[in-house]
Structures are given as C-alpha cells and as structure tokens.
Design a binder for this molecule. Structure first.
Ligand code: ADE
Length: 315
C-alpha cells in the first residue's frame, strides 16, 4: 500500500472509500477507485500491481505506466499501441489477458487487467526444471488457440516467451504484455519492419531482413515448446550476438528423451522460411492454424473443451 502512495505521488485517498465509479468527479473510473497492493511485476516503463476495486471487491492486475518516463524516452506511442491492441483483442478469449478499463491522471496511465494469480510460466519452468510432456502439450495447445485468435484479429505479439505467459487460478495460460505488439490490417498482411523481442525467441527473418509477420510468433511458439520440455533455451550462446548466430544457422539439438512428436512439431516450427512454418499458410488463409491443431503431438487434445479441461498435474 505504501508503494501505491508513491505511485500516486502522495495523493490522498482518505476519502476514496466513499467514491464509487459513478460518483467520481467526472463519472469515470480513477486510481481512487482501487486499493493497491503488492507489486506483481516490473518493466522498464511500468509496474504491475495488485488492485482491488473498492466497491465491488473484484481483484485485478493494474499496469501503471509512468507518463514522464514514457515521454522522456519517446515511448508514449508504444503505451497507446498496447492499449489499442488490448482493445482490439477485447474480451473474447480466455487465453489472453483482458483490459477492463484504462484511465490516466497527471502522472500515470493505468491499464486494469485480468489478474493471473499463478504467475509466469517462466517461474514454473525454472522451479520444476522442465515440464512433463503432458503439461507442455496442454500449454502449447492453449498458446496455439490464443495465437489463432489474435492473428485472426490482426495482432502479432512479437515477444512471446514464458515470462509473458501467465497462469490463472486454474493454471490456464493467459498471454500478456502487448507492449511490443503490432496491429496489422486484416487481410492482407504486410510484413512490418522494426526490431523488437528477446534474443532467445527472435526469428531469423527479424535478424536478417528486420521483418516480422504472424509467422514470427510461430517461431517463438517453437522456442517455447522446446524450452518447456528441454528446460533450456533452444538457442543460447554466450552473448546475444552468438545466440543470434545460432538462430540464423538453426543450430540447436534435442536432449535425450525429448518426446519424438514434440520434436517433430518443433522442427516444423523452427524453419528459416517464415512461409514454410507449420500453421503459417498464405496471408488470406484464416484457417492455417488447423495444420498445427492436427499435428500428431496434439492428438490427445480436445480442442472444443481446451479451456474447460483441467491442467495436467504439475509433476
Ligand atoms: N504480472 C504482470 N501482469 C500480471 C497479471 N495480469 N496478473 C498477475 N501478475 C502479473
């Protein structure tokens, strides 16, 4: 709670209890309508905090972005892009963090998001060393389903990694952090040129042609699937530069015991030509992800009830 006072620059919330959404000065939601709790995560321009809506007691994750810091670094447009992306994704998919409200005050932008209580998939992989094949299959399937949804709406994530895959109360995946997301016209799709992303998950076309498309998210899916099962990065050099060399040379190997069907799927995703990756398909094809869904690795997945089926036990 002390941190929230700092964030709000000492603004008194003494009378905030009596304020409800409808009775605040301009009839809109504000930071005063929430009780701020623990810090859940920190980024370069933002802090994600636990927030409880005072009157409904509903809990959220509130991403607080520092306007001054954003302005000084010319990043206000990225915050706006993140908001627009979240708005475009709406509330239509259980595997994507939903934006409930966005508001601002003199100092900060606030994104009120779904709370994912079980933290990052990254922590789970680190703690367990690696995931069981059944678990990896379940999370990979949910990621395929969420990617299909966002790609159909013209959203490329561009920074998929286990840190951006949160786990909700039921240990289902929620994709978050659309701060480097890209909105494209749907259809047709044009490749876009900007460097973003995290070294270990960056696709070869981004390194070589500085281009990303939906297919770059498929490359990252291959990297994430590999990492869940192997417990280490597919591509890891002693420096970022050496990691990029390995990516460009497709220099990776499977550890002993890696599930053969998972390995087959990884091999079909970690393909240099973006158009040749499984699930890529031509830009106007709205059903290209079916090729991923029908891969043998997913044979036991019930796609119709994917978001209702319980997560496999974490071994
Ligand atoms: N950390 C970052 N975003 C979060 C969220 N939506 N829920 C829980 N923890 C988070």
């Amino acid at each position: 709670a002390d941190q929230s006072l700092d964030l709000l620059s000492g603004r008194s919330r003494a009378n905030s209890k009596s304020k409800s959404r409808s009775s605040s000065a301009n009839g809109r939601l504000s930071a005063d309508d929430f009780e701020f709790g623990d810090v859940l995560g920190e980024g370069s321009y933002s802090t994600v905090m636990h927030g409880t809506h005072s009157s409904t007691r509903q809990e959220y994750a509130i991403k607080v972005l520092d306007k001054g810091h954003l302005k000084r670094n010319n990043k206000l447009h990225t915050a706006l892009a993140e908001k627009n992306t979240l708005v475009r994704l709406g509330s239509g998919h259980p595997g994507i963090v939903r934006l409930h409200w966005a508001f601002q005050d003199e100092w900060s932008l606030y994104f009120v998001l779904d709370l994912a209580r079980n933290g990052e998939l990254q922590s789970r992989i680190s703690r367990m060393g690696s995931l069981s094949t059944a678990c990896a299959r379940y999370y990979a399937a949910q990621l395929v389903d969420a990617l299909d949804y966002m790609h159909m709406r013209g959203v490329i994530h561009r920074d998929l990694k286990p840190e951006n895959l949160l786990l909700d109360d039921d240990f289902r995946i929620k994709v978050t952090d659309f701060g480097t997301g890209k909105l494209i016209d749907v259809p047709p799709e044009r490749a876009t040129k900007t460097f973003v992303g995290t070294a270990q998950y960056v696709s070869p076309e981004l390194l070589e042609a500085n281009e990303t498309s939906k297919s770059s998210d498929l490359w990252a899916l291959g990297c994430v699937l590999y990492q869940m099962i192997a417990g280490r990065f597919a591509f890891q050099g002693l420096s970022e530069y050496l990691t990029w060399q390995k990516i460009k040379q497709l220099d990776y190997t499977f550890p002993d015991g890696f599930d053969p069907e998972a390995a087959d799927l990884v091999r079909r995703l970690l393909v240099r030509d973006p158009l040749e990756r499984l699930g890529a398909g031509p830009p106007e094809d709205q059903h290209s992800m079916e090729a991923l869904r029908s891969h043998p690795f997913f044979a036991s997945i019930r796609w119709g009830t994917l978001w209702d089926d319980p997560a496999p036990p974490l071994e």
